[in-house]
Design a protein. Structure first.
Length: 355
């Protein structure tokens, strides 16, 4: 794998070219330099000195991160969130402030209107609080309205929450959420694909939404109008094979047209946290503790893994007959239980402990 400096350098490239670079890293994990990756990108004109300029930019970003207590986690690092690593346009680097280990916990996204009604705020708060109490990590975007209500309710329930920003994690937007961001970082994490110091720009937020859905097992939409940005997150979730759910609302205003359109298209109706848990086919999102004396290899996925051999998601899919959307939540659970171990590059190996 590339050194962190080179991965940060690649992450500062144009988005379309970053995706091509990620495809190359997936296909050729043996590439060990920024120059090798740049040379392998098809149909891309590389101006002279590009690698040097990208490295200078990356070094400045890493120095700013050290000063600000910000942790960069590169794609391929075993700390990189499993679900996010599998999406086609995964960020090459995640900049995190707080406890990055929470990113490995089972996650539900709650998103919705910035100008939410009291009904929308109450629905988001109740769902987030109950899901946090059940053990879910609640994720949202720190925006006004539904997002901030979800974050606050998860914290009030004693749970964990993550905010994915459309700016650097040291640039809080909206500014009135500064105190909330501090609390989130103390009990969860702030996350961004943008390096420290990056200001919020309108075009950052649609790209940010794919990270919210990519980190999640399910996305719940609360009070989305017909052109709501929350529908972008729902669309990303569908493309990524995640569960999409929506809270119904009044038909007397246009505030719920987007949510109702999702329901018409097959999204599950959510009236309570129990509906979300049922959709995920579990009564609790907390992983069960391993029980001593369990029969070895009792899990069908683990049973198809040869000891000492590593597998990518596609290979496990061929061995088990499961799609990536079915495998990823199970692999996350197995990793939390200690039955499988994740290696660099998003590969998995059977661990010594069995289910």
């Amino acid at each position: 794998m590339l050194a962190i400096l080179d991965l940060v350098a690649l992450s500062s490239w144009y988005l379309a070219l970053r995706v091509k670079a990620l495809d190359i890293l997936r296909a050729e994990p043996g590439l060990l330099s920024l120059e090798a990756v740049l040379d392998a990108v098809p149909d891309a004109r590389m101006p002279p000195g590009l690698a040097s300029r990208l490295r200078i930019r990356a070094a400045k970003a890493l120095a700013a991160a050290r000063r600000g207590g910000i942790e960069p986690i590169a794609w391929g690092d075993t700390r990189y969130p499993l679900l996010l690593a599998q999406i086609s346009d995964a960020p090459l680097v995640l900049w995190t402030k707080g406890d990055h280990e929470v990113l490995s916990h089972p996650t539900v996204a709650i998103v919705g209107s910035r100008a939410a009604t009291p009904y929308g705020l109450e629905a988001a708060s109740r769902l987030a609080g109950d899901l946090a109490a059940a053990g879910a990590l609640v994720i949202s975007g720190l925006a006004r309205g539904v997002d901030s209500a979800a974050h606050r309710a998860a914290l009030a329930a004693g749970g964990e929450t993550v905010a994915v920003l459309g700016s650097g994690v040291d640039v809080i937007y909206p500014p009135e959420h500064q105190e909330l961001a501090v609390e989130i970082a103390s009990r969860g994490a702030l996350v961004s694909e943008l390096p420290p110091g990056t200001p919020p720009c309108a075009f950052h937020f649609p790209a940010r939404n794919r990270i919210i859905s990519g980190l999640s097992l399910a996305v719940v939409v609360v009070e989305a109008a017909e052109r709501s940005g929350s529908l972008i997150t729902a669309g990303c979730a569908l493309d990524q094979g995640r569960a999409v759910m929506a809270v119904p609302g009044s038909v007397l205003s246009g505030r719920h047209k987007g949510s109702h359109a999702l329901i018409r298209d097959g999204a599950a109706v959510v009236e309570s946290a129990e509906d979300v848990l049922a959709e995920l086919r579990t009564s609790s999102l907390r992983p069960a503790a391993p029980v001593a004396g369990d029969a070895p290899l009792s899990d069908p996925i683990v049973a198809r893994m040869t000891a000492g051999e590593s597998y990518d998601v596609e290979g496990l899919g061929r061995a088990t007959g499961l799609s990536p959307a079915q495998l990823l939540p199970r692999l996350l659970e197995l990793e939390l239980r200690g039955a499988v171990r994740r290696l660099d590059g998003g590969r998995f190996v059977r661990a010594g402990r069995t289910c």
